[in-house]
Write a protein that binds this ligand. Structure first.
Ligand code: SAH
Ligand code: SF4
Length: 444
């Protein structure tokens, strides 16, 4: 009998990178590999990469270096590097030179062709392929992994926005929306396999379906997904503020399974910086979107992404970011120091900000956000929330974890029978990142 082949898949970066890693895992399964977490006994290691910030790239390069030692111990090991980092123009040659121990290189656009590259590597050859353009038939890639409580579902690929700091449009191509019937069928199949929560993924979900005729937009898709029997919750990321329509907010407000959580990256509170970032909205417009959400969905959670130290950001610009955060009060914020990405417009801008200033601003931003996250959670004390029970806590196996509709993490005493169901939990303790609570009505 042939020895069982094992694959370890690692993903860096956003949910889309995780979703791509899942696709690769599914392809290797079709090729007879079983997935595993144990690097030491692996026959194949795949790293799906991210290049959105230099820090991500450095981490990945470190990991690629580590794998060299693993390969020295196990010369039969095959290593594949895939995704955004490899897709950057001119990156493949540099990476190949730097890491000759890698067997397979593939970009984002030809992931679905991974089997062919794998066959080549299994024959002892080096395999490298990066397509300049994305594939035409979106539906041919393997679908999300079945049998899990939560699943990420791609509804579109690529981005047309070209924010001046961002590499994503350069490595993911132009916007392409999947057909609604394909998405809905995928979700129905996931539900039949036990899935209860889906997160619809796109770089800017609000521009879903722009190319469709007759008209069918993201709000229409949400309304249809909300009707899928057996599904308990629907989430979506990411919403670009410029395209967040009143229709979408009211569909979320009237939906049953549509979670009241908007991840609405603001990036900066200064109009001068927003303009230089090519974000195509002003702080006033952004605030008007927040007012609309609060009007129709007073209980909605808001999260955001913020960049400090964008070229030309003065102390006053930065203060405006802190000020708008205080006005809005996010439940959580992902905060980043600007990272120069070659090939983007901002990389060539003058007035690049020193690392020292960026670090100082990031510290201040984080301390303001941490205080707000804590206050946000303290306001939840004593109140009861619907939680989807996910499973035992990683740090305390007697405790279970789940999330509110607003995506806040809650820890509570429970049992394995309630995994995958909705329970009502009253919040008894609040910290910056987590909440502790007690089940109010186990029947629910
Ligand atoms: N499409 C999504 C997110 C894409 S990348 C959106 O538009 O919101 C996720 C986040 O990374 C961005 O929102 C931004 O805050 C951050 N980011 C992107 N490029 C960056 C860069 N060059 N330096 C620092 N942060 C960056
Ligand atoms: Fe990058 Fe802007 Fe597109 Fe988001 S919307 S992926 S930040 S270019």
């Amino acid at each position: 009998m042939e020895k069982e082949k094992k694959v370890v898949t690692l993903a860096y970066g956003c949910q889309m990178s995780e979703r791509d890693a899942e696709t690769l895992k599914q392809i290797t399964r079709q090729e007879g590999y079983t997935s595993s977490d144990d690097l030491a006994s692996a026959d194949l290691v795949i790293i799906n990469t991210c290049c959105v910030r230099e820090s991500a790239e450095n981490k990945i390069l470190g990991k690629i270096g580590e794998l060299k030692r693993l390969k020295e111990k196990n010369p039969n090991l095959k290593i594949a590097i895939s995704g955004c980092m490899v897709q950057q123009p001119g990156a493949l040659e540099k990476l190949q030179k730097r890491a000759p121990h890698i067997d397979i290189w593939t970009g984002t656009h030809n992931l679905h062709e991974f089997s062919a590259l794998l066959h080549k590597a299994e024959q002892g050859e080096k395999a490298a392929e990066v397509w300049k353009e994305p594939q035409k038939t979106l539906e041919s890639t393997p679908l999300a992994e079945k049998g899990k409580l939560q699943a990420n579902v791609n509804i579109m690929y690529g981005c047309n926005n070209f924010c001046s700091y961002c590499i994503v449009p350069h490595v993911r191509g132009r916007e392409r929306s999947r057909k609604p019937e394909e998405i809905i069928q995928e979700i129905k199949d996931l539900v039949a396999s036990g899935c209860r929560e889906v997160t619809l993924l796109g770089q800017n979900v609000n521009s879903y379906g722009k190319e469709f005729s007759p008209q069918y937009d993201f709000a229409d898709l949400l309304r249809d997904v909300d009707q899928i029997p057996g599904l308990l919750r629907v989430r979506f990321i990411t919403s670009h503020p410029k395209d967040l329509s009143d229709k979408l907010i009211s569909v979320v407000a009237s939906g049953e399974k549509l979670c009241e959580h908007f991840h609405l990256p603001i990036q900066s509170g200064s109009n001068f910086i927003l303009e230089r970032m090519n974000r195509k909205y002003t702080r006033e417009y952004y605030l008007s979107r927040i007012s609309k959400i609060r009007e129709l969905l007073p209980q909605a959670s808001l999260t955001t992404d913020i960049i400090v130290g964008f070229p030309g950001e003065s102390e006053t610009d930065f203060e405006q970011t802190l000020e708008i955060m205080n006005l809005i009060q996010y439940s959580h914020a992902f905060t980043f120091m600007y990272s120069k990405r070659s090939g983007t417009l901002a990389a060539d801008m003058e007035d690049q900000i020193s690392l020292d200033i960026k670090k100082r601003r990031l510290q201040r931003l984080m301390s303001v956000q941490n205080a707000q996250s804590l206050e946000w959670r303290q306001r939840m004390l004593g109140k009861t929330y619907e939680i989807l029970v996910e499973g035992p806590s990683k740090t305390n196996l007697e405790r279970f974890t789940g999330r509110t509709r607003g995506n806040e993490l809650v820890v509570f005493k429970g049992n394995a029978d309630i995994i995958g169901s909705l329970v009502n939990i009253q919040i008894t303790e609040a910290a910056t990142w987590t909440l502790v609570g007690e089940i109010v009505n186990p029947e629910m």
